[in-house]
Design a protein around this ligand. Structure first.
Ligand SMILES: Cc1cc2nc3c(=O)[nH]c(=O)nc-3n(C[C@H](O)[C@H](O)[C@H](O)COP(=O)(O)OP(=O)(O)OC[C@H]3O[C@@H](n4cnc5c(N)ncnc54)[C@H](O)[C@@H]3O)c2cc1C
Length: 598
């Protein structure tokens, strides 16, 4: 299926295409697929990475780790409130982008997450408008009837379609999952009927799908599902690999093409866009490319010696991710098999690989986490605490807890608009603020979905074409820490439930000895807490320009012509979920919108 002709760079140099897309990750490949449905239009994708056919890119088993050979890992700037640690920033560089290396969890945000986008002044970007595209991208594969019955797995078939991306719920569910699952549902009359998280219902305890094709037992990637099946037939779609788009070319303020540097020999050449240049390089690299091309904060561009084409503070601001406390517990008396059996039991391991070789099923064809609790602030604290957090948030002088770029009045106005929406959601039980993936192994991450702190992505001032400077600014806003501490305590209390006593859970990280706010904060800030779950977003936000937006409702970059952004940079507020489901939906929508000349 991947017998697609590899295009030589010499065939592309100096040529003109209708659309030039920078980045062949999720959004780039989905957009390209839909654009090239019109055979009269030519589409070129420029991708920094290469096609990767290693087992790591194909077997679901390998999602337990990340194949570093296809990653760029810019080192973040020190994070002041995490003991000045620096962190490797997860940026995929491979055809298929994040979909080739990610954890394969397929989850959509809740309705509220997308409605928040619309409330920021982005008409047509609420759940109702986005849902058809989320749905359109997917085909759902349930587990076997036996598994469905034994675990009472539930989902709503109406939220899936017959789209290119196969998503499944694993057939292999570990027996102890039943205990953990029912413990999450104890004392939770307010949590809605469990479904699959793709139903976007809001806070609750849900099954969650994986981007796996169970018919072949392989990871379902943007490449495998949106590129391989069409590449041989669509002569109007071309991808060049190992090529980095380093500067957008302009005639006046109209984008006319891209300057490219070849990873192989460093040669530099140009390609041209008759209609549009489309950025799909992801939330870390797109703002870098915009800034390197003269679109970004004047202060940064001037300091880097770049001529300002459009002074825009929003490029690289509003950076959000999901800080995560990797809590863990030692569990005893686990049933057989459990999530650790594959690594600990040689016989089971050998049988699993044999089963995979025979018919592509079993543990090697299985995803990582079939279920998670998505909780609101009122769930993890109480209605009155949530109210007081919301009130104290609104009472803050916003600029006190934001990076210096927010001296820009539009950016500050935009943040204050975001804050008003989040503060009201904090008390409403419509939006998940914390995620707790569920595994009967003792691994118990606590994911903060709704940071109020904002990071930045900025050019390396002395080497503008090098990897950018990533400032997470985790916990700059003290409310984030307050919520994270509440989440850690919530998780501790969870593992003390009588329903889980048979496992005799013992907290290993951060460690039960850390009790006070101060002790817990110190322990977390020295280790176990990371600023990112590889969900960078927001760095060229879809918002009105007077609120510090970067792209308009048609994803066009403000102030210039012929230039759009379609990747995770556009999310004005990060959803309470992994990002890939939303990125497939945005790619679908962008492709249709651009094709129809909107
Ligand atoms: C390790 C990891 C685990 C994750 N786990 C999950 C998960 O379990 N569930 C979930 O929902 N989400 C997960 N995600 C997030 C999800 O995969 C991303 O949000 C999603 O891929 C973003 O899509 P995108 O189109 O914005 O960017 P990407 O998919 O990252 O695509 C960007 C592409 O642009 C290319 N590129 C960058 N710069 C240039 C340039 N200058 N020139 C040419 N090409 C360029 C890159 O090589 C890449 O292929 C994970 C991500 C990672 C990295």
């Amino acid at each position: 299926d991947s017998a697609c002709p590899l295009v030589d760079i010499d065939d592309v140099k100096g040529k003109t295409y209708d659309y030039v897309i920078v980045g062949g990750g999720i959004s780039g490949l989905v957009t390209a697929n839909r654009l090239s449905e019109d055979r009269d239009k030519t589409v070129l994708i420029i991708e920094r990475g290469y096609f990767d056919d290693k087992p790591e890119a194909i077997l679901p088993y390998y999602a337990k780790g990340v194949d570093e050979s296809v990653m760029m890992r810019p080192r973040s700037a020190p994070v002041a409130r995490l003991n000045n640690q620096t962190f490797g920033v997860a940026v995929a560089a491979v055809v298929g982008g994040g979909s080739v290396v990610n954890g394969m969890n397929y989850m959509r945000g809740s309705k509220a997450d997308y409605d928040n986008w619309e409330s920021l002044g982005n008409s047509g970007w609420g759940w109702q408008n986005l849902f058809p595209y989320l749905r359109k991208s997917t085909t759902f594969f349930p587990p076997s009837p036996q598994t469905v019955t034994k675990f009472n797995v539930t989902w709503d078939p109406a939220v899936f379609d017959h789209g290119p991306l196969s998503v499944n719920i694993d057939d292999l569910l570990f027996p102890d999952l039943l205990s953990v699952w029912s413990a999450w549902r104890v004392n939770r009359p307010d949590v809605p009927k469990p479904l699959d998280s793709s139903a976007s219902i809001g806070p609750g305890v849900y099954w969650q799908a994986n981007t796996i094709d169970p018919r072949e037992g392989v990871r379902a990637t943007a490449r495998r599902k949106y590129y391989d099946p069409i590449c041989a037939r669509r002569k109007n779609l071309v991808i060049v690999t190992g090529q980095t788009g380093r500067e957008i070319l302009f005639r006046g303020l109209r984008a006319t093409g891209v300057e490219i540097v070849s990873r192989g020999d460093g040669s530099v050449y140009q390609v041209f866009a008759r209609k549009e240049v489309i950025l799909a390089a992801g939330a870390i690299m797109t703002p870098q490319l915009l800034q390197a091309s003269g679109i970004g904060p004047k202060s940064v561009l001037t300091a880097a010696g770049i001529r300002v084409k459009k002074d825009m503070a929003s490029v690289g601001a509003n950076f959000q991710d999901h800080p995560t406390a990797y809590m863990s517990f030692n569990l005893s008396n686990l049933s057989f098999p459990n999530p650790t059996t594959l690594d600990n039991n040689a016989t089971y391991n050998a049988t699993a690989w044999a089963q995979y070789a025979l018919n592509r099923t079993g543990p090697i064809a299985t995803g990582r986490g079939p279920a998670a609790a998505f909780l609101s602030l009122t769930h993890i604290t109480s209605a009155s605490t949530a109210q007081s957090i919301s009130t104290s948030l609104l009472a803050q002088n916003a600029a006190d807890y934001l990076p210096p770029i927010y001296a820009d009045p539009k950016l500050l106005r935009g943040f204050i608009a975001q804050r008003a929406i989040l503060a009201s959601r904090f008390t409403s039980n419509t939006m998940s603020i914390a995620g707790f993936p569920m595994s009967p192994s003792g691994a118990s991450p606590a994911i903060l979905f709704k940071s109020l702190s904002r990071g930045t992505v900025t050019l390396n001032l002395t080497h503008p074409f090098a990897l950018p400077v990533v400032q997470y600014n985790t916990f700059q806003n003290p409310i984030d820490l307050k919520v994270m501490l509440a989440m850690v305590r919530h998780s501790r209390n969870f593992w003390k439930l009588p329903e889980l006593a048979k496992f005799s859970p013992v907290e290993v990280s951060p460690g039960a000895q850390y009790v006070s706010d101060e002790a817990l904060t110190e322990a977390l800030s020295k280790g176990g807490l990371v600023p990112s779950l590889a969900h960078p977003s927001g760095t060229c936000a879809l918002m009105p320009e007077e609120l510090g937006g970067c792209v308009d409702e048609k994803l066009r970059v403000y102030g210039v012509k012929g230039l759009r952004v379609v990747d995770a940079s556009i999310m004005p507020l990060v959803p309470g979920s992994g990002l890939q489901a939303t990125m497939y939906g945005i790619g679908e929508r962008a492709g249709e919108m651009i094709r129809e000349g909107d």
